[in-house]
Write a protein that binds this ligand. Structure first.
Ligand SMILES: Cc1cc2nc3c(=O)[nH]c(=O)nc-3n(C[C@H](O)[C@H](O)[C@H](O)COP(=O)(O)OP(=O)(O)OC[C@H]3O[C@@H](n4cnc5c(N)ncnc54)[C@H](O)[C@@H]3O)c2cc1C
Length: 307
């Protein structure tokens, strides 16, 4: 499984493959399982149809020019305006490299602040995605400054990284929004737990911290971004044992994954948002989704052969 995961994660970084794969109809068909469409209208229609809270993210990373990053920022401002005008319960989640981090930290920071400001004026929220370890330090620095001015913001952290336990402590001290996930990139064993069971255990230990009285007193908004049924049961159990009601525990899951679990948690009173991705730049993102569950490759193959 590790070999398949590594092959898929390498593929996610291949421009040659991307240029060819995105044109293949069977790949486009398979992608639609995880993505309602390429446009903002598609994403807004999907969030309306879901009838529960959503988080929207436009795909695209490692942009090459300041103009592109400006365009992305303008797009997200429009998303916030449309969400407000249409009365939807939809937050946004943005990647720093989508806002120019590769070439200008200042530009990225300016965009993040503009988005957080617009979101605040609407009583809305901005999430900052976390990418590969090439960007961890810069992203957390950007987030800390953002949080200083805008409490309506949160950042994602990855349980597969050794450093995350310490990062979570410093983020709790700031009363941050913290979205905990396992981590989706290819990282070396000196930075990330190579074994899944250690990643899962690290996730649970971080949940214990994020659901602590100390974190709640600091005003932390903790989100558990996972579809892992074992972890979800453990989180529910921990919440109960700490006297928390379901409404005090919040999950986020990806569109198209673990739908039955999404419905079960919502019916049980847990807070749950579905993260909806949209946009034309879906290749690297889709390869990471395949890498998370190599059985998805069979799904793609079945759609080729019509089995
Ligand atoms: C809201 C949200 C935001 C995220 N943001 C980031 C981010 O900013 N940075 C980052 O590195 N990662 C991010 N991720 C991805 C995350 O790191 C994991 O790669 C992803 O969530 C899969 O891990 P898991 O916790 O579901 O557990 P896993 O152990 O990978 O999966 C548990 C079970 O969930 C189901 N499942 C999981 N993934 C899939 C899939 N692709 N297709 C079908 N079934 C699946 C399967 O039943 C699987 O057995 C985000 C995930 C979510 C839900």
């Amino acid at each position: 499984m590790t070999i398949v995961r590594n092959v898929l994660l390498s593929a996610s970084e291949s421009r040659w493959l991307r240029e060819r794969a995105v044109k293949l109809p069977f790949v486009r068909r398979a992608v639609s399982r995880f993505m309602p469409g390429e446009t903002l209208d598609d994403a807004l229609a999907a969030s309306r149809a879901l009838g529960i809270g959503a988080v929207l993210t436009r795909l695209g990373e490692n942009l090459r020019s300041a103009d592109e990053a400006d365009g992305v920022a303008r797009h997200y401002l429009e998303v916030l305006d449309r969400v407000r005008a249409e009365g939807l319960d939809v937050e946004i989640s943005v990647k720093p490299t989508q806002l120019g981090l590769d070439f200008s930290r200042e530009q990225c920071e300016r965009h993040l602040h503009a988005l957080a400001e617009r979101a605040r004026s609407y009583g809305n929220w901005v999430w900052v995605d976390i990418e590969s370890t090439a960007y961890t330090v810069a992203t957390l620095d950007l987030y800390r400054r953002l949080r200083g001015a805008f409490p309506n913001t949160g950042v994602c952290v990855q349980s597969y990284l050794y450093r995350t336990a310490a990062d979570v402590e410093s983020l709790i001290a700031l009363g941050s929004g913290i979205r905990l996930v396992k981590g989706a990139y290819r990282e070396p064993p000196d930075k990330a737990f190579p074994k899944k069971k250690d990643v899962d255990e690290s996730f649970y230990r971080l949940v214990e911290r994020l659901l602590s009285a100390e974190a709640r007193d600091k005003g932390v908004r903790a989100i558990f971004g996972t579809h892992d049924p074992v972890l979800i049961r453990r989180i529910e159990e921990l919440g109960r044992s700490r006297g928390l009601s379901p409404g005090q525990v919040e999950f986020q899951m990806l569109y198209g994954i673990a739908r039955a679990e999404q419905q079960r948690l919502t019916a049980a009173g847990y807070r749950l948002r579905v993260l909806i991705s949209y946009g034309e730049a879906w290749f690297a993102w889709y390869m990471r989704r395949l890498a998370e569950r190599p059985a998805n490759v069979l799904f793609v193959l079945r759609s080729v052969f019509g089995a």
